[in-house]
Design a binder for this molecule. Structure first.
Ligand SMILES: CC(C)(COP(=O)(O)OP(=O)(O)OC[C@H]1O[C@@H](n2cnc3c(N)ncnc32)[C@H](O)[C@@H]1OP(=O)(O)O)[C@@H](O)C(=O)NCCC(=O)NCCS
Length: 434
């Protein structure tokens, strides 16, 4: 899949025709062309941000050069060069099991100008992305969402959850493991490289994860232009007893009214292994003059809860985070390892037709899956929506739980067998926004 250049795939003709019928133009935007700044203005406006400076625009251009940018234009407006709809996308490996990936069509920057909302622009843009991705052979599309109400209608559904963690550091005495390695402060200028190196090792082990990119790490490191907290960013790295760097914590300290109880805000905590995880969390919790530690995008039940004297000092608020949309049923299901053998016929209901059909899923004793389309629908064991299939894919939710909602329909034994087979090797997690 790395061989497919998503930048050169053609524009979806259905979306182009639908938009043209209402007087709008659907067009690609070149990150190095004149259309880039207007595209970026439209995205910033969509997400309620300010106008970006030249430095900020250049910083984001570095990332967006690698992405497929598409805009919707109303050429009769007063600023015809500024798109009234924006979307960007790129290919990424989605970890489906430790050490295994599938081809993910990642989507971001979905905005529609408030002057042009509710006219079907988002529908055309998202439909266009899904058809283009499916035609190019991608197994799954994915996104992270601002609102949970938008994307279900296109078959996206949560597949990995994450929690926002707040720890009362004065109440939480460290009782967890004592890591044998050492912590050192590391310079901000080294963080892009360090974050990239650790995150690459972590994300291949964690279902639901995708790679970060330099622009994301520049943001975390406080070296992206326009970061109002840049000077406050500090980082420590954990090295194991053999001297290998295994983890990194990037944080800022935010003053509160009480001088001995400031907030430590975690910008990133990536740990390659249990030792690094314990060492970095202990550092944060025991930091002098800190009363509260706050971290985002942590595991749904964060292990740090088990490493302090009072687990209720740790509040973890769960949110749906990584939304997936299956495009190719055999490609998606055969990309992961399973925990138990299984033989079922699934009937997938997909209103967009991309994943629709009946599919025989065979999982052998080694946990490897093969999937074939079947014609005889009388043999169906399990019926489910394409959204439910996306939620089940990584094992982040159990079929028997979705069975109670009607999104998955099958008898109790089949649901239990699917639960056993789909149980993940590690709880799915996506530790960045995209
Ligand atoms: C969300 C957004 C992209 C929708 O664009 P839009 O062009 O107005 O949407 P469409 O006209 O194509 O509507 C498609 C469907 O989505 C629904 N919809 C649109 N925005 C919605 C929202 N915020 N919440 C719930 N439903 C929404 C529409 O009612 C319509 O429903 P239907 O399928 O029953 O007809 C737009 O409101 C926006 O730019 N919001 C701010 C930025 C943002 O939140 N982006 C999402 C990033 S993850």
């Amino acid at each position: 899949m790395a061989s497919i250049d998503t930048l050169n795939l053609p524009l979806d003709e259905t979306s182009a025709a639908d938009l043209s019928a209402v007087g709008l133009e659907y067009a690609r935007v070149d990150a190095d062309g004149e259309g880039f700044r207007p595209f970026q203005r439209a995205v910033a406006r969509g997400f309620l941000g300010g106008e970006s400076t030249d430095d900020e625009a250049e910083n984001s251009r570095k990332t967006l050069r690698t992405r497929r940018l598409t805009g919707v234009f109303d050429r009769s407006g007063t600023e015809p060069e500024v798109p009234v709809g924006t979307i960007d996308s790129w290919a990424a490996p989605l970890t489906t099991s430790p050490g295994r990936t599938c081809d993910l069509w990642s989507i971001s920057a979905v905005t529609v100008a408030p002057t042009h909302r509710r006219r079907g622009i988002a529908r055309a843009m998202i439909g266009g992305e899904l058809r283009t991705a499916a035609a190019a052979g991608f197994a799954v599309a994915g996104l992270t969402v601002t609102e949970a109400t938008i994307y279900g209608r296109w078959g996206f559904s949560p597949a990995a959850w994450a929690s926002d963690v707040v720890i009362d550091a004065r109440r939480a005495r460290w009782t967890g493991p004592v890591a044998p390695g050492r912590l050192d402060f590391v310079p901000r200028a080294s963080l892009v490289e360090r974050l990239h190196a650790i995150h690459e090792r972590v994300r291949v082990q964690r279902p639901g994860s995708v790679p970060g990119w330099d622009g994301r790490w520049r943001g975390v490191a406080g070296i992206a232009p326009g970061d109002k907290e840049a000077e406050k960013v500090r980082a420590v790295a954990y090295r194991d007893a053999a001297g290998t760097e295994r983890g990194i914590l990037v944080y800022t300290i935010e003053e509160t009214a009480e001088f001995s109880a400031h907030d430590l805000n975690v910008r990133a905590l990536f740990a390659d292994g249990d030792e690094a995880y314990a060492a970095l969390w202990r550092f944060a919790i025991e930091h002098d003059l800190v009363g509260t530690v706050k971290a985002w995008l942590q595991a749904p039940v964060p292990p740090v809860q088990w490493m302090v004297s009072d687990r209720r000092a740790v509040t973890a608020t769960l949110t749906d985070h990584h939304w997936l949309r299956v495009l190719d049923v055999p490609g998606a299901l055969s990309s992961r390892e399973y925990s138990a053998p299984l033989d079922v016929v699934l009937r997938v209901d997909d209103p967009l037709g991309l994943a629709d059909g009946a599919w025989a899923l065979h999982i052998d004793a080694a946990g490897a899956a093969s999937v074939t389309a079947v014609d005889d629908e009388r043999a169906v064991d399990l019926e489910l929506t394409v959204g439910a299939l996306g939620s089940l894919l990584l094992g982040g939710v159990r079929a028997s739980e979705l069975g109670a909602t009607g999104l998955v329909r099958g008898d109790r034994q089949t649901l239990a067998a699917v639960d056993r087979a789909f149980a993940p090797a590690a709880t799915p997690l996506l530790d960045i926004w995209y």
